[in-house]
Structures are given as C-alpha cells and as structure tokens.
Design a protein around this ligand. Structure first.
Ligand SMILES: [Zn+2]
Ligand SMILES: [Zn+2]
Ligand SMILES: [Zn+2]
Length: 109
C-alpha cells in the first residue's frame, strides 16, 4: 500500500501524465517529449577550471529534434523547418511529467 502522502503525490502526477498524453499523443518516446536527453559526463581534470565531478549535459534527442534526417517536434511530431525552428506552437522545456519517486512498492512485494 502507498502511504497517504505518496498516494496523493502519485494521483496528481497521474492526472498530469494523462493530460500530457491526451494533448501530445505523438510525443517522442525516446526523450519523453523533452527534446533532449540528459547525459552524464566527467569533465577532464585539465579542463577549463570546471568544478570537479559529473556534469549533466542535455544532448538533443536523436529520435526527434536532434535527428540528422528529419528533425521533428518532440511533443507533436511535426517536422521542423529546415533551419531547425519549430513550425508548431508547442512549448519548449515541456515533457512527459515524471512520476515522483516512491519506495512504497517495496512493501507490496
Ligand atoms: Zn526525442
Ligand atoms: Zn510541436
Ligand atoms: Zn508510494
């Protein structure tokens, strides 16, 4: 069973996810509509004075906006203009709402 707090959190996320899927049925499933994929990398030690540790880079998703052949909108799937601009009015920085972390399920097994 989920705790009450967790249930409320997940119910809210589920509503957002359902709304998202309804609005963007053709969203990119590779990047979940975000258009970019997070990529961890360790900057080289003799770099340009970056703080040590891993950095998260956001690489263009090759299945949609970063495609070399036919770049498409990560949300609606519409083909982008030849200069890479969107022809649709989908908001940037929007993607499939993430499910909040939950450890309740461990108790259900
Ligand atoms: Zn994508
Ligand atoms: Zn779009
Ligand atoms: Zn839970």
């Amino acid at each position: 069973m989920h705790t009450v707090a967790c249930s409320i959190l997940h119910a809210g996320a589920l509503v957002l996810q359902q709304q998202f899927e309804k609005r963007y049925p053709h969203y990119c499933h590779t990047c979940n509509g975000w258009g970019t994929l997070p990529e961890l990398y360790d900057p080289s030690p003799d770099g340009i004075g970056l703080s040590p540790g891993f950095l998260v880079m956001h690489e263009p998703c090759h299945a949609c906006e970063g495609s070399e052949h036919i770049p498409t909108c990560s949300l609606c799937g519409q083909i982008l203009a030849s200069d890479g601009t969107r022809l649709c009015t989908c908001p940037l920085n929007l993607g499939y709402p993430e499910t909040p972390p939950c450890e309740c399920w461990e108790h259900m097994l």
